[in-house]
Design a protein around this ligand. Sequence first.
Ligand code: P6P
Length: 338
Amino acid sequence: MVKKNQTLGEFIIENQEAFPYSSGELSRLIRSIRLGAKVVNHEVNKAGLVDIVGNYGETNVQGEDQQKLDVYANEKFIQTLINREIVCGIASEENDDFIIIPGKKKDNRNKYVVLMDPLDGSSNIDVNVSVGTIFSIYRRVSEIGTPVTKEDFLQPGNKQVAAGYIIYGTSTMLVYTTGSGVNGFTLNPALGSWYLSHPDMRFPEDGRIYSINEGNYVHFPQGVKKYIKYCQEEEGDRPYTSRYIGSMVSDIHRNMIKGGIFMYPKSSKAHKGKLRLLYECNPMAFIVEQAGGKASDGYKRIMDIEPEELHERAPFFCGSKNMVEKAEEFMEKYRDKE
Ligand code: P6P
């Protein structure tokens, strides 16, 4: 049941029983992410005003300069999740290893784990371009009441029970799925409430936008080069428009509304691409598929990949179903031609 302008709180209550084996914990989990998003949004919106922008002077497990806002967002989301006594473990782009949450009660019955990129696109922070938070939620597979294990995090994307993103743009939105479609909520910062502004979001089957960092063109495999040239040819509804923000959440959010394809393929510089499978590709893929789009590594469904490492990377093609299938045709045709 979807009513436009419903608040997120009303929506969660009204749709809670629609979620299988719902014991209210998942709803509380979404609420804690909602709280973390409001806190981070407040800081993102004043980033230019206080000394919170700029390198934190350390590098994260990715070897990337950690912006203070990365660290801040990571701490805030971890804090809200731990305080709510809902999850038994957290994995984050900003943490080398996963975090075991013992829970305050002696028998920790918490059954969910969260994987997240607390602030994706962080290189855009100090140039005032939109950034995002991405989260992915699984039921643990190890025994409830015992410390969470790596296997709880190394699950294929097709086992996700929920996933979503927050986009800190011209307005701040929370977009998420629990497996029954995708809904978008816009924050009214004056009231601190989220309103259902984009009910039942659907990815157009076709589109005219392609999003890829063409600066890497010479390093791409043949299939990608051939698809880019296909997008640029004068034929039918082509040439398409190139739009690339350099913030995956923003690029995919725009493409979901207008139609389009986002690609971060492998290259001779990055043999598995740049994006992280567990907390970037899989949650975005869950949302894209739930909205009727498609998400692959160029050859196979991204959510069927069996992860081996917490921070492993994967090539990523996602968006309008017909556009992704066309790109996959080129990838297949030129499969062995790097
Ligand atoms: P490049 C941001 O750092 C990010 O992880 C994604 O949000 C974005 O799509 C990509 O990297 C941009 O990478 O190599 O094109 O600058």
